[in-house]
Design a protein around this ligand. Structure first.
Ligand SMILES: [Zn+2]
Length: 318
């Protein structure tokens, strides 16, 4: 009840409140934004959760939504190439490109360097880590982006805190009279995120050593934050089918009982996962990197992290 009252008051007191909303491309960015806009303005999400940002095409109604939003939040052209042209047509002050934020670029760059170090290491010891070696060789197949850069930044608790800060800062510029409430929301977001991270780390105590493959290379930040044991992924870009070498490596890994789980995603249902799991010990799990079942709201982002954690432990913990 209180929430509803606060929202009505906010709407009444803000001029042109109708178009003072925040529009995010993907739902997890909406989870972060809705914590910041709680009791201030509305958060909307552009993409349906059945769609992947890797292969989405804008509809005419999407273009209208982009025009009417007060603040558009997107990762950037590396993740959402479909939006590049439309964003160019919007005024700069209403667009927040997360890929242009120094703190976030730094996180992505740092992860890339770590990956490169790891690849160098693999080349020297390929008999031990041949899955990573293979993974490295599949890089040339897609020309859309730099594959060593991981732009799934909404799966990084550290980056998400930066994202929240950026949204709060930009929203305060648009709605200076709401600055105090926005700051309060940001502080609450950070506390809730820390509490959730501690809980998830505890939850993973017994599954940390268990190896698995993910359908696409999206979970690096989450895995690193909470110490999971990923053996690799089927593809780097989910729109590209895995190669024969990758499949062979995965088959061998399953046979040696190294891989306990193969994780599919609701956005993509590859037959290859089902066929790989047939007649082997590997189980098939589901990971939803876009949080289809989580509703927007001030606790949405911690809930999203929890849902992902549960999806990991449900399969790995069996
Ligand atoms: Zn992805």
């Amino acid at each position: 009840m209180f929430k509803r009252t606060a929202l009505s008051v906010a709407l009444l007191s803000v001029t042109a409140a109708a178009n003072a909303d925040v529009l995010t491309t993907i739902k997890p960015l909406g989870f972060i934004a809705s914590a910041i806009t709680d009791g201030v303005t509305e958060t909307k999400v552009l993409l349906p959760t059945s769609a992947s940002p890797h292969d989405y095409s804008l509809k005419p109604s999407d273009v209208e939504k982009l025009k009417s939003a007060n603040l558009v939040v997107w990762v950037g052209e590396e993740m959402e190439a479909f939006l590049e042209k439309s964003v160019d047509n919007l005024s700069k002050e209403k667009v927040l490109t997360l890929g242009d934020v120094e703190d976030i670029k730094h996180i992505v760059e740092h992860a890339k360097e770590e990956k490169e170090d790891h690849h160098d290491h693999d080349h020297k010891h390929e008999h031990k880590h041949d899955h990573k070696h293979e993974h490295n060789h599949s890089h040339g197949h897609d020309h859309h982006h730099d594959h060593d850069e991981d732009w799934h930044i909404w799966l990084s608790p550290v980056a998400s805190e930066k994202i929240a800060e950026q949204i709060a800062m930009r929203l305060s510029q648009h709605m200076p009279e709401q600055k105090a409430k926005i700051e309060e929301n940001l502080a609450s977001f950070k506390v809730a995120l820390n509490v959730k991270s501690t809980e998830i780390a505890k939850q993973f105590t017994n599954v940390k050593e268990k190896g698995y493959y993910t359908f696409h290379d999206a979970y690096g930040y989450f895995e690193k934050a909470y110490g999971l044991n990923s053996l690799g992924s089927f593809t780097i870009n989910p729109t590209i089918a895995p190669g024969a070498k990758t499949l062979n490596t995965i088959k061998k890994s399953i046979a040696k009982n190294k891989a306990i789980c193969l994780f599919a995603e609701p956005q993509f249902t590859p037959k290859v996962i089902e066929s790989l799991s047939k007649g082997t010990s590997a189980k098939v799990g589901q990971l939803d990197p876009l949080g289809a079942k989580v509703e927007l709201g001030k606790d949405a982002y911690p809930q999203f992290l929890q849902s992902l954690a549960d999806q990991f432990s449900e399969c790995l913990g069996k």
